[in-house]
Design a protein around this ligand. Structure first.
Ligand code: SAM
Ligand code: SF4
Ligand code: F3S
Length: 442
């Protein structure tokens, strides 16, 4: 049989990393990747459970596949990721079209599970938490990611148990991968052509393996000459240690955008969320980093209409957004997640929730628009990622992760070039490749 797998991924960056590693794994038993659903004999859905109707979205997606294959041979259907972990064998009962359910800490066993299923034709559920043997296994197979900007998971799981969040239940306890294995993977990525590494963890700045911290990882990866840029996500304010703050003094490759979720501007709400920090702690981090480098910008995640949030609490979040001038941020209405403490709390009226979301999103978008506008007529550094499909323009990112579109050549891909910004909107900068014109003049 010609084995072809179609992988669809929902959720965060870690799920994207996982999907790539799942492919690196199934390749070992002869699978190749397809982007064409009609052409596949294995459909894998990597799922996310963080908000809203996550579960329903998964069944809907499986329903679509079922319809697509109505008059054809059924593919092998695998559900992986955080919904798989949370729902486990319930999924097999509710949707018999699913053959294998496999959790995020068990996917290194996927080849055995596929073969077991093919031999016995018996449904399989595998949701053990076993991060150590997972990363042990993944360290032995080559990471084939080769995009200019690629993810590298260094830490997984969470012990913080914010009252709204499902992640500690779906990803399990905190686990930090061994330092040497991460550096080895970073070198492999650079050999594949990767030029920007984004270090990932549910609490990436809680990274702690023997004597190594996230700061050590950044400074070591920085020594790989081909790597031009380093980023990390997502961090927690209470793990923003002095050594990590100081890396912003010493590093030449760590980008000046700090993604540091604050969730709310009100200490009362932070306490109800079990966030374990105060707004004053957050401001202190902000001030220290701005003193080190005034060019540093902050991005964040916000939850509005958390149970108990009154007008004053909400205004505190709004004021914080105005004061810190966050860029590139995410905001959500609180969504009760099954099994979490906050799922039993009384919800805020939907109309009020929507109004609050709209108000803070407008403030966040205004920050973004003025930040982008302030770059017009200036030259900025852009890491060139790819040529845009079907056009002659190129795509890259600024130091602050903003998309940039400009004229270029295939030679520029993977390089940091100077782009003069001519025009901007909320999400994108448009410009002219100055490195090229200099070349032409010479
Ligand atoms: N570990 C990160 C942290 O400490 O902030 C975030 C992890 S989570 C994948 C990403 C974001 O989703 C969170 O920062 C939060 O804003 C949002 N989120 C998580 N649970 C949520 C919920 N129940 N309702 C709404 N938003 C939620
Ligand atoms: Fe979820 Fe909180 Fe852990 Fe982040 S720190 S993953 S929000 S429980
Ligand atoms: Fe979603 Fe799991 Fe990531 S719930 S956000 S895929 S850790």
């Amino acid at each position: 049989m010609n084995k072809k797998i179609y992988i669809k991924t929902f959720g965060c960056q870690m799920n994207e990393y996982d999907s790539n590693r799942i492919f690196d794994t199934v390749k070992e038993i002869g699978f190749s990747k397809t982007e064409n659903l009609n052409d596949t004999n294995c459909f894998l859905l990597n799922t996310c459970h963080i908000r809203d109707k996550a579960k329903e979205k998964v069944y809907h997606e499986i329903g679509r596949v079922k319809k697509n294959f109505k008059s054809k041979k059924k593919p092998l259907v695998i559900v992986a990721g955080c919904v798989a972990q949370a729902e486990n064998e319930e999924m097999l009962k509710r949707e018999p079209y699913i053959d294998i359910v496999i959790g995020p800490q068990a996917y290194h066993k996927i080849n055995d599970k596929i073969e077991e299923y093919l031999n016995k034709q018996k449904k399989i559920e595998e949701t053990e938490f076993d991060a150590i043997s997972k990363f042990d296994y993944l360290g032995k197979i080559k990471n084939s990611a080769s995009k200019v900007s690629s993810y590298l998971t260094v830490q997984e799981g969470c012990d913080k148990f914010c009252h709204f969040c499902v992640v500690p239940f779906t990803r399990g306890p905190e686990y930090s991968r061994p330092f040497n294995k991460i550096i080895h993977e970073a070198r492999t990525l650079s050999e594949n052509g990767v030029r920007e590494i984004i270090l990932l963890g549910q609490n990436v700045n809680a990274y702690n393996n023997q004597r190594y911290r996230l700061s050590n990882l950044i400074l070591e990866i920085e020594k790989i000459p081909e790597i031009k840029r380093i980023r990390y996500t997502t961090s927690h304010p209470s793990d923003m240690s002095e050594d990590l703050i100081n890396v912003y003094k010493n590093s030449k490759k760590l980008m000046p955008l700090v993604h540091l979720p604050v969730q709310s501007g009100s200490d009362k709400i932070l306490k109800l969320m079990n966030r374990k920090h105060l707004i004053s702690d957050y401001i202190k981090i902000y001030e220290k980093l701005k003193t080190i480098n005034p060019k540093i910008q902050f991005s964040s995640d916000f939850i509005v209409a958390y149970p108990g949030e009154d007008e004053r609490d909400f205004e505190a979040t709004y004021d914080l957004i105005k004061n810190i001038e966050f860029v590139n941020s995410f905001s959500f209405i609180f969504s009760p997640r099954p099994g979490t403490k906050a799922s039993t709390f009384k919800l805020i009226d939907e109309k009020i929730s929507l109004m609050r979301l709209k108000k803070i999103q407008t403030a966040l978008f205004d920050n973004q628009i003025s930040m982008n506008k302030s770059l017009e007529n200036n030259e900025i550094d852009v890491l060139v990622e790819n040529k845009i499909d079907g056009g002659d323009k190129f795509f890259g990112r600024s130091e602050y992760m903003t998309s940039v579109i400009f004229n270029g050549s295939l030679d520029d891909v993977g390089k940091v070039i100077k782009v003069k910004v001519n025009k901007s909107n909320q999400n994108t900068l448009f410009g002219e490749n100055m490195s090229k014109s200099e070349l032409r003049v010479a």
